[in-house]
Design a binder for this molecule. Structure first.
Ligand code: AKB
Length: 319
C-alpha cells in the first residue's frame, strides 16, 4: 500500500490510471493532480496543481504524505510542433521537479513515461531494440530522450528510484487523447461509432506500435511494483503489444460497422509517423519484470469497439 500522486490526472492516461491505483491502494491513498479536474471525476481527492510550480508540488507531496509519484503531464508529438519551447519547458522541467523531490528524499519512487517518439529516422524501425540510435525529429521526442537521460542520471548519481516505459500509441476510452500522431486510431473508432466516415491524417500503410489502455495500466503498475533488484534498465523500457496500419484497423472495424468508410489525406503527421518504429522488441521488459500484453490486435479492436462511447466529440468539433 502506497500513498500516490498522479500528476496529469485529467489526461488520457491519467484519468484511467487514477482508478487503477484506487483498486491497488484504496481511494484514501490516491491524490489526483492537474490544472483542471477530469471531465469524468474519480472518487479520489483532486488537487489543483501546475507541475512547473515546484513549491506547490512540494507542498502537495508533504501535505498528503505522498511516497509514489506518477508524472504524466506532457505535450504530445503533434501539438508539440506548434509550441516547441513550451513543450520542452513542460515536458522536461515537470520531470526535473519530481526527480528533485526524489533526490531530496521527499518521495520514494517515481514513474515517468517515455514514448516510441524517442526514436527517430536512423533508429532501427523493425523490432526496434532496447538500445539503438535515438535521433527523434520532434520536440516531443527530444524531450523524451532528454527525460530518459535524466532518469538514468538521477538513478546512477543519486540513487533515485525512477521507473519508465516507452509507451506505444495508447488507445483508451475514457478521455480523448490530446494531440498525438497515433490519435488517428482513436479518431477512427470515434467516427465509426457515430456512423460517420473518417478522413485519416496518415496514409493507409503506416504501421505503428499501439497498445490498449488495460495493458498500459497493467504495465505501469507492474513495473512500479517490481523488485528493484530485477530492473536492469534505468532509462526507459521498450514496451510492445501490437502494431497495425490504418488500412488494417479500418478492415478490422468494418467487422463491427460494415459500411464504415475511410479516406486518406496525410498531413505533417505522416513525416513524424514515418520516423518512428514499426514494431518494437520488448524482450528486456519481458525478462526483467515479466511483461506480457493481454490484448493482440483483434482483441484490442473488440475491446475498443465495446468501450468507446458513441457520444465522444470528434476532433475539432468543439463539443
Ligand atoms: C503521440 O502520438 O504523440 C503519442 C506517443 C506515441 O507518444 N501517442
Amino acid at each position: 500500500m502506497h500513498r500516490v500522486l498522479v500528476i496529469g490526472a485529467s489526461g488520457q492516461i491519467g484519468s484511467e490510471l487514477v482508478d487503477a491505483l484506487v483498486d491497488a491502494h484504496g481511494a484514501a491513498n490516491v491524490v489526483a493532480g492537474d490544472l483542471r479536474a477530469a471531465a469524468t471525476p474519480s472518487a479520489v481527492q483532486f488537487v489543483t496543481l501546475d507541475t512547473l510550480d515546484a513549491a506547490r508540488l512540494r507542498e502537495v507531496v508533504a501535505q498528503h504524505r505522498i511516497d509514489h509519484v506518477y508524472q504524466l503531464a506532457a505535450l504530445l508529438s503533434a501539438v508539440g510542433e506548434a509550441a516547441p519551447l513550451q513543450t520542452w519547458t513542460l515536458n522536461v522541467n515537470a520531470l526535473l521537479n519530481v526527480l528533485e523531490l526524489a533526490r531530496e528524499g521527499r518521495v520514494a519512487r517515481v514513474f515517468w513515461p517515455s514514448s516510441i517518439a524517442a526514436f527517430g529516422p536512423r533508429s532501427q524501425r523493425d523490432d526496434t531494440p532496447q538500445a539503438t540510435v535515438m535521433d527523434p525529429g520532434t520536440m516531443y521526442g527530444v524531450t523524451k530522450v532528454a527525460g530518459e537521460r535524466l532518469c538514468e542520471y538521477y538513478f546512477r548519481r543519486f540513487g533515485v528510484d525512477v521507473r519508465s516505459v516507452r509507451y506505444p500509441g495508447v488507445l483508451g476510452s475514457r478521455t480523448p487523447p490530446g494531440g498525438g500522431t497515433t490519435d488517428y486510431a482513436i479518431e477512427m473508432f470515434q467516427a465509426a461509432k457515430r456512423g460517420e466516415p473518417y478522413r485519416c491524417f496518415l496514409g493507409p500503410d503506416t504501421r505503428l506500435p499501439m497498445i490498449g489502455m488495460p495493458d498500459v495500466l497493467r504495465a505501469t503498475l507492474e513495473l512500479m511494483e517490481a523488485d528493484a533488484a530485477q530492473l536492469g534498465v534505468h532509462a526507459s523500457y521498450n514496451l510492445a503489444a501490437s502494431s497495425f496500419t490504418p488500412a488494417e484497423l479500418h478492415a478490422a472495424i468494418r467487422r463491427f460497422a460494415p459500411g464504415f468508410e475511410v479516406t486518406y489525406a496525410p498531413d505533417f503527421r505522416q513525416a513524424i509517423a514515418d520516423s518512428w518504429p514499426r514494431t518494437i522488441d520488448d524482450g528486456e521488459a519481458r525478462s526483467d519484470w515479466g511483461w506480457r500484453p493481454q490484448f493482440d490486435f483483434e482483441g484490442l479492436v473488440a475491446h475498443m469497439w465495446e468501450a468507446i462511447p458513441r457520444d465522444w466529440p470528434l476532433p475539432g468539433s468543439g463539443s
